[in-house]
Design a protein around this ligand. Structure first.
Ligand SMILES: NC(=O)c1ccc[n+]([C@@H]2O[C@H](COP(=O)([O-])OP(=O)(O)OC[C@H]3O[C@@H](n4cnc5c(N)ncnc54)[C@H](O)[C@@H]3O)[C@@H](O)[C@H]2O)c1
Length: 367
């Protein structure tokens, strides 16, 4: 009898790709998902891309009775369900605390019954957002600047300073102090720390994977608050120009969904990573303006992105992954090629129709 994986949020972007891969590897897959309308619109059944070989259970992770039934005969729990927008979390903190923090607490509370739920692995998808600003150096010393002050942003002085002098971005490693700057990020940090703490106490092998900026097919195109590559694509699909904040030179780490999936399978199958956290990114920094250009080129358009020269309060300047720990302990090696993977994303986007909700969402920024 093959092992069974429970994927919470398995109808979403990451969860649905994970379902495909676990099935391919011979696992049975059970999905628990409430088809959140913010992600899926008003649908009553799983999106057509969700693998038909997976067992689908409709419901909310906060429904303890249902969750306990879903955990029966399960050996791996991949807890992907979450409310996922940084910006939205700032005006609806209750929802984020309830879904992400309380939802995870309820799952952990069940899992501590090791006799009833003898799972072999719990995977927690954490987020680069819990770092706040990335890692910087000044005179060869690591420094951890806070967010830029509003006054600095109003002057258009985008780069970070430490002690009133310039400091320089570096790949961010897992030991950088955590400085989450949004309610979403706070709930992701809490989720990670709660799971590691309970995991150690009750010997539940937990691995936390800190995803960087994921891109790929099935990313929600109508949700204006998530994945920037998807937002740019959705703008162009609807005849609009992508909008880039600041000067566009802010650096991020775009990691393809296939690499995220590989990292999850490695974490599932290798015990060496248990009770640890890992950055899962590409390890390659790229500017947001460069991403916008690549998306525009892939659509074969001849316009440029609109660069606003204004900042969103709470935004960080640079953060990209040091993936050496994941390489060493999990054997993780990202291998997606950015240009061809963006092209693949655009080919998929062209087959989709999705409203562009960006302007409504960002009205207050004068877009
Ligand atoms: N996509 C990224 O770039 C990224 C980056 C860092 C971390 N993450 C984390 O990865 C995980 C997966 O993200 P994603 O991009 O696939 O998001 P997604 O929004 O595409 O998928 C989330 C899924 O969870 C479901 N869901 C939401 N609330 C639920 C609830 N209360 N009960 C049951 N199901 C619920 C939704 O219906 C959706 O299908 C999340 O935990 C997210 O925080 C994602």
């Amino acid at each position: 009898m093959s092992e069974r994986v429970l994927i919470t949020g398995g109808c979403g972007f990451v969860g649905s790709h994970l379902a495909d891969e676990y099935l391919r590897k011979g696992y049975q897959v059970r999905i628990l998902d409430n088809l959140d309308p913010i992600v899926h619109g008003n649908i009553k059944a799983p999106p057509s891309y969700v693998n038909k070989e997976a067992e689908f259970v409709y419901g909310d992770i906060r429904d303890t009775n249902l969750l306990s039934k879903c955990l029966e005969k399960v050996s791996v729990v991949s807890h992907q369900a979450a409310a996922v927008s940084v910006m939205q979390s700032m005006w609806n903190p209750t929802r984020y605390a309830e879904v992400n923090t309380l939802g995870t607490a309820k799952l952990l509370e069940l899992l501590v019954d090791r006799n009833r739920y003898p799972i072999k692995k719990l995977i927690i998808p954490s987020s680069m957002s819990i770092y706040g600003e990335g890692l910087y150096k000044q005179n060869d010393n690591e420094v951890f600047p806070n967010l830029r002050e509003r006054e600095q942003l109003e002057r258009g002085a985008w780069e970070l300073e430490w002690d009133r002098k310039p400091c320089f971005h570096e790949p961010t490693h897992e030991d950088k102090p955590l400085r989450p700057t949004s309610i979403y990020a706070i709930t992701k940090r809490d989720q990670e720390e709660m799971a590691l703490s309970i995991g150690r106490e009750y010997s539940i092998p937990v691995v936390a994977l800190r995803y960087f900026n994921i891109y790929g097919t099935r990313q929600s195109l109508s949700n204006p608050y998530t994945g920037v590559a998807a937002i740019f694509s959705s703008r162009i699909l609807n005849g609009n120009v992508p909008v880039v904040f600041e000067d566009g030179a802010q650096l991020r780490d775009f990691v393809h969904i296939s690499d995220i999936v590989r990292a999850n399978l490695l974490a599932t199958q290798k015990d060496a990573g248990d009770y640890q956290v890992f950055n899962i990114g590409s390890g390659q920094p790229i500017s947001i303006l460069e991403v916008a250009k690549k998306v525009i080129d892939s659509f074969e358009k001849d316009f440029s992105a609109k660069v606003t020269g204004t900042a969103r309060p709470g935004d960080i300047r640079h953060c990209y992954a040091d993936i050496s720990r994941a390489r060493k302990i999990l054997g993780y090696a990202p291998n997606a090629n950015f240009d061809s993977s963006i092209q693949e994303l655009i080919e998929w986007v062209k087959t989709q129709s999705a409203p562009d909700n960006f302007e409504t969402a960002y009205k207050q920024f004068g877009i």
